[in-house]
Design a protein around this ligand. Structure first.
Ligand SMILES: [Zn+2]
Length: 213
């Protein structure tokens, strides 16, 4: 059984301290979360963020806090191999922690995972949604814009096992849209994960403005 939180049990031992690289990535992630909150990409307590550390350790944003006001010390230490906190804490990590863990298990190059609810992406992307011939496609790592790229999506679900399997199918684009919910993206650092989200949202916004079918 996956245990992510045990209410009213404080940390028994001092919690781990982030490595220098993870601390740097956590600080950058809080900056990016504030920027995306200012864009209205995760109103209220929506969105979640994480950073990989050494071994099987990752740091996951807490549940129930506005992600525009995250501080790097808010992140909770999670063993991504087991998808559970390294020890019981008072604060609960994101309800979607298991998906962050699935990304780190499936993609050794992933050092940061971002999940937000950008409106154009959420409204437009559904089964078979394809983007074609736009310069911004290079943000996904392609060398040319002369492509038809189908954006991976699936109906909204909280079934983390199903989502974890889906992650393994999307290791090239490193992005996954949940229809009527939002988008997950990951990359070798927080900025590259957010570039994917920014590029997709921009392309969807263009699509919504275009008179062409
Ligand atoms: Zn969400």
């Amino acid at each position: 059984m996956v245990i992510l939180w045990q209410k009213n049990k404080p940390a028994l031992y001092p919690l781990p301290v982030p490595s220098a690289l993870a601390k740097q990535d956590l600080k950058r992630t809080t900056d990016l979360a504030t920027q995306s909150a200012n864009r209205q990409w995760h109103p209220a307590t929506g969105g979640n963020f994480s950073v990989r550390d050494a071994g099987d350790l990752c740091w996951v944003s807490p549940s129930g806090k506005h992600k525009g006001m995250l501080e790097w010390t808010d992140f909770l230490p999670v063993d991504f191999a087991k998808a559970e906190l390294v020890q019981p804490c008072y604060v609960k990590p994101s309800d979607e922690t298991a998906l962050h863990c699935a990304v780190y298990r499936a993609d050794p190059s992933a050092r940061a995972v971002m999940h937000v609810h950008p409106p154009h992406t959420t409204a437009l992307v559904g089964a078979g949604f394809t983007l074609s011939n736009n310069e911004m496609l290079k943000a996904f790592g392609y060398k040319t814009h002369e492509l038809n790229v189908t954006i991976p999506s699936l109906p909204n679900t909280q079934d983390m096992e199903k989502l974890g399997l889906e992650v393994k199918l999307n290791l090239e684009l490193k992005i996954l849209v949940l229809e009527d919910h939002g988008v997950y993206a990951w990359g070798p650092n927080p900025d590259e994960a957010m570039f994917r989200i920014e590029a997709l949202e921009f392309l969807c916004q263009l699509r919504s403005l275009s008179p062409r079918p």
